[in-house]
Design a protein around this ligand. Structure first.
Ligand code: AMP
Ligand code: GLY
Length: 404
């Protein structure tokens, strides 16, 4: 098959890499570090299967346009992508589906929002209704900070229109888990579970980011836990979408928190996680293209098989991320890292500088992946790779997967 991957980050590099084991792959627009990248508009690229990485084009209806042109597409239409495009709608759908999730209300006006906030216990959780690149979630023990957040979101000063509706939630506490399910409109199969590290700082300090690292497998998530996530979270949501006339073919990514009273849904994403994809897909034993093509055609087969080993990825970010990343710094050592045993490097925010050197061009720049017999070995490999790479102002968390 010829597969067209849409997107330009580390997730798309991993998708292209793993699809490339069995298929010809073109990535649009990709980036200078991803083989097979082309600036062409995906709607002009000929392929047997289209795999859409990021949420924005999904919310914007790219899958619908490709399907209308008779293409085979892995990724939900704009109707299903609203699960991620509007947190208030997502909450309404999962409540109707009976999925266990944090209590919430959504608001467009300041006074009632502050009134609800003050009725809650810390941690206070304030979210933009719309897309904010993983950064629109404020979790804080300070009522004052939460109040300011609500005011900044609603006024549009923090996240523009994405924040003019806010969702205020009950604050949950516990370990988190990402389960990515591949859906064919009716049925879902789980990929290997992963855990990601959302905060910029070590010890989970500082603001939320798109994700600073991840690992797979996850000890708290044995096969029974994953089966339970499909049965009580993913399948009821897929059924509820169907009742509403939505034929959901793509990844349904359940972000869960394991509280003292059981697992709760924190969010649904409508795409592969970034950087979870970078640790989950390399462990896949079977043909990824076949799996995604079957889902896209509404004909999923059995559950995919994963290797018994582990992968850890560490995100290398630019100074200033997640607020205002500095760009244009020369990146050194990528080839040295790749030459190390059990180390691979996926490219995210990179561009070509003078003489073809790689320079930083985004917040999250590289994903350094280590593979090993267990998480500790994979982690050691990943950090060996990290040590080989440098640029001025490089930001890295040293504690990715340390507690695993
Ligand atoms: P989201 O983008 O909705 O996944 O939120 C980003 C991060 O904020 C999550 O991974 C959690 O760490 C945290 N978070 C989101 N919702 C809650 C909640 N209701 N209670 C506690 N933490 C939350
Ligand atoms: N790693 C979190 C996300 O992809 O949203």
């Amino acid at each position: 098959m010829r597969v067209c991957v849409v997107g330009s980050g580390g997730r798309e590099h991993a998708l292209a890499d793993v699809l490339g084991r069995h298929h010809e792959v073109v990535v649009t627009p990709g980036n200078v570090g991803i083989p097979g990248s082309t600036p062409a508009d995906p709607e002009t690229v000929e392929a047997d299967l289209y795999v859409i990485g990021p949420e924005a084009p999904l919310v914007d209806g790219l899958a619908d346009r490709l399907r209308a042109a008779g293409r085979l597409v892995f990724g939900p239409g704009a109707d299903g992508a609203r699960l991620e495009g509007s947190k208030a709608w997502m909450k309404e759908v999962v409540s109707a589906a009976g999925v266990p999730t944090a209590a919430y209300e959504s608001f467009t006006d300041l006074e009632p929002a502050l009134g609800f906030l003050e009725s809650l216990q810390p941690p206070y959780v304030v979210k933009t209704d719309g897309l904010a690149a993983g950064k629109g979630v404020l979790v804080t023990d300070s009522l004052d900070e939460a109040r300011r957040g609500v005011a900044d979101y609603l006024s549009g000063s923090a996240f523009g229109d994405a924040g003019r509706t806010v969702v205020i939630e009950e604050g949950l506490v516990g370990p988190e888990l990402s389960v990515l399910a591949v859906c064919d409109g009716t049925r879902a199969v789980a990929l290997a579970p992963a855990q990601d590290f959302k905060r910029i700082g070590e010890g989970d300090a500082g603001p939320n980011t798109g994700g600073m690292g991840a690992y797979s497998p996850v000890t708290i998530a044995d096969d029974d836990v994953v089966a339970d996530v499909i049965d009580r979270f993913v399948q009821p949501t897929l059924d509820e979408l169907r009742r509403r006339g939505i034929d959901y073919r793509g990844v349904l990514y359940a972000g869960l928190m394991f509280t003292e009273t059981g697992p709760r849904l924190i969010e649904f994403n409508v795409r592969f996680g970034d950087p979870e994809t970078q640790v989950v897909l390399p462990r896949l034993r079977s043909d990824l293209g076949d799996l995604l093509a079957r889902a896209a055609a509404g004909r999923l087969g059995g559950a995919p098989e994963f290797a018994d080993d582990a992968v850890v990825t560490v995100v290398l970010a630019a100074e200033g991320y997640p607020v205002a990343p500095r760009t244009g710094d020369v990146i050194r050592g990528v080839d040295d890292a790749r030459a190390l045993e059990d180390v691979s490097v996926y490219c995210a925010g990179v561009a070509a500088g003078d003489d073809g050197v790689l320079v930083t061009a985004g917040g999250r720049v590289l994903n350094v992946c280590g593979r090993g017999v267990d998480v500790a070995a994979a982690r050691a490999a990943a950090y060996r790779g990290v040590a080989a790479i440098s640029w001025p102002g490089l930001v890295v968390r040293r504690d990715i997967a340390a507690s695993a």
